[in-house]
Write a protein that binds this ligand. Structure first.
Ligand SMILES: Cc1ncc(COP(=O)(O)O)c(C=O)c1O
Length: 378
């Protein structure tokens, strides 16, 4: 990809950067007022439609087919002179590869629209597929998952935003420009061959994370990064294969880097996805992503990544199999609802916590809870 922007501060901010470049390109062609629609598959991460809406676009959802992929016929029917772009994640948030991606990009371009690809799941394809070859105009490659930033655990999923030749002229400042034999950093207002969309953030982005990602890339090398993709996909499929007889996979067939289950295996047990996840805390595991993607009922999205050894996966699978067996006895719902028992906090009122956050710790805010072990003994 001919241009790379490193200033966006997070995944959603990277989406904003890409969609602003698309808006600028449309403006330059005199089509901004006419092309107001952004297409987003039903399984899209919430930040995709939110970004489009924040920029004044109208979001049109594209349904998934029974295989969990974009319904190509529905997409083609939605394309028209009002469409500015599609925002697609590949692999998608169901952990499935959009195999018709080249056809999707051709159809989008034929309709005069741009192709934004959310690169948050890049760890399944790193080293194996080049976004430019797929016809992508813009991709935000979150450092999370792929390049050593833990998903949701280590800071924002910032990362480089890569732009195709069609969008490169609108890349935000700062630019690194070659004048003769010398390089210069072009800041706001400086002369460059294009019309940058302005600055997105002070300084040069999440430098600490970029430095860590660079170290990760250099220590792996090109062959190692390819293995990252292979191991992430292998690990997810190992989990899927080891659990599919007791849990309920959301879709048939192999997955990419995420094994997705729905809650039908918990039917009539009185145990919900939330209860199951809370019980995992007592087994010593941070629960998987729950209730996302929204297109899958009671979703449980297990994403082991490349960095977990087989022994650890086996232990994890064992814990989940035993929880599943307990849930299916039909008499364990109350115990599940009481979990977690062995964590410093039990169930939190998450709505209250979000609406009225208590941001300073005071002993009076946090009365010690009854010791659950003592309680259990009583
Ligand atoms: C598919 C996808 N898109 C976008 C984002 C947004 O990234 P951020 O949370 O850094 O804004 C995420 C975050 O998890 C994601 O998984």
């Amino acid at each position: 990809m001919p241009a790379v922007a490193m200033s966006p501060a997070a995944g959603a901010h990277g989406e904003m950067c890409g969609m602003m470049a698309i808006a600028a390109a449309l403006e330059a062609k005199g089509e901004r007022a006419q092309r107001k629609t952004v297409l987003a598959p039903e399984s899209a991460h919430g930040t995709n439609p939110a970004t489009a809406a924040a920029l004044g676009f109208t979001v049109k959802p594209i349904p998934a087919n029974e295989r969990g992929r974009v319904d190509l016929a529905a997409l083609k029917a939605a394309l028209g002179p009002d469409v500015a772009a599609i925002m697609l994640t590949n692999p998608n948030t169901c952990g499935l590869f959009e195999g018709e991606i080249v056809e999707i990009s051709k159809a989008v371009h034929a309709a005069g629209a741009y192709f934004y690809c959310d690169g948050a799941n890049f760890n399944a394809i790193v080293g194996r597929v080049r976004p430019g070859d797929l016809g992508i105009d813009c991709m935000h490659i979150n450092l999370h998952k792929t390049l050593s930033t833990p998903h949701g655990g280590g800071g924002p999923g910032a990362g480089p935003v890569v732009l195709s030749a069609a969008l490169a002229p609108y890349a935000p400042y700062p630019w690194i420009v070659k004048d003769g034999e010398k390089w210069r950093v072009a800041e706001d207002g400086a002369k460059v061959e294009g019309t940058p969309l302005g600055r997105l953030k002070a300084f040069h982005g999440q430098m600490g994370m970029f430095t860590r990602a660079l170290a990760y890339i250099m220590s792996h090398g090109a062959d190692g990064l390819k293995q990252v993709a292979e191991d992430a996909v292998l690990n997810a499929n190992y989990v899927m294969a080891a659990l599919k007889d007791v849990m309920s996979p959301a879709f048939e067939g192999p997955c990419m880097h995420e094994a997705l289950f729905d809650d039908s295996f918990l039917k009539d047990t009185g145990v919900s996805t939330l209860d199951f996840a809370k019980a995992m805390i007592d087994e010593g595991y941070h629960p998987m992503t729950m209730y996302f993607p929204l297109v899958v009922h009671g979703a449980m999205l297990i994403e082991p990544t490349e960095s977990v050894a087989k022994e650890d996966l086996d232990q994890f699978i064992g814990a989940l199999r035993s929880l599943t067996a307990r849930a299916k006895t039909g008499t364990a719902a109350e115990a599940f609802k009481a979990a977690p028992l062995y964590a410093p906090r039990r169930r939190l009122d998450e709505t209250l916590a979000a609406r009225k956050p208590i941001l300073r710790w005071k002993p009076s805010n946090n009365p010690p809870e009854t010791d659950p072990l003592k309680q259990a003994a009583e």
